[in-house]
Design a binder for this molecule. Structure first.
Ligand code: CO
Length: 142
């Protein structure tokens, strides 16, 4: 079993403003942008490593006041929103977590690029919203 950091999700009030820092000042590059309508969030991904599968930064901007990112910022201010770890077998990991009483927030879902993911409640993880992602090469068949 291997676990790797996939990305750190950062809640920002302005994607353009945050990109001005991470791109123009820090020298990272946005490789992917998308609007996830279901979660009312605009996303920009920036690899933070030279390794192809290395960790990334995920900048998150709410598209409306009912977005979970908007509610997070209202409650706690902008900043680190979640940690995303890649696991070998998401379904098995979720079963194991649930069996031991951890609060998995939903059934494994497919992200825009086909990967599987779930979120685990901060009360189970030491205070950090945790996203678990299944590696592409281990995608389960439909
Ligand atoms: Co994420």
């Amino acid at each position: 079993m291997s676990i790797e950091i996939d990305h750190l999700g950062i809640a920002v009030t302005s994607l353009e403003g945050a990109m001005a820092f991470y791109e123009a000042q820090l020298g990272l590059s946005v490789t992917h942008r998308e609007t996830v309508e279901g979660e009312r969030v605009r996303v920009a991904m920036l690899p933070a490593s030279d390794t192809p599968d290395g960790p990334r930064l995920e900048l998150l901007e709410a598209t409306g006041p009912d977005s979970t990112v908007a509610r997070f910022i209202e409650k706690r201010g902008p900043g680190l929103h979640h940690l995303a770890l890649r696991v070998d077998d998401l379904v098995q990991t979720v079963e194991r977590l649930r069996a031991q009483g951890s609060q998995v927030l939903h059934e494994p879902q497919r992200g825009a690029d086909g990967h599987l993911y779930v979120f685990v409640h901060p009360s189970s993880t030491g205070g950090m919203l945790l996203e678990l992602i299944q590696k592409e090469e281990n995608k389960i068949a439909e």
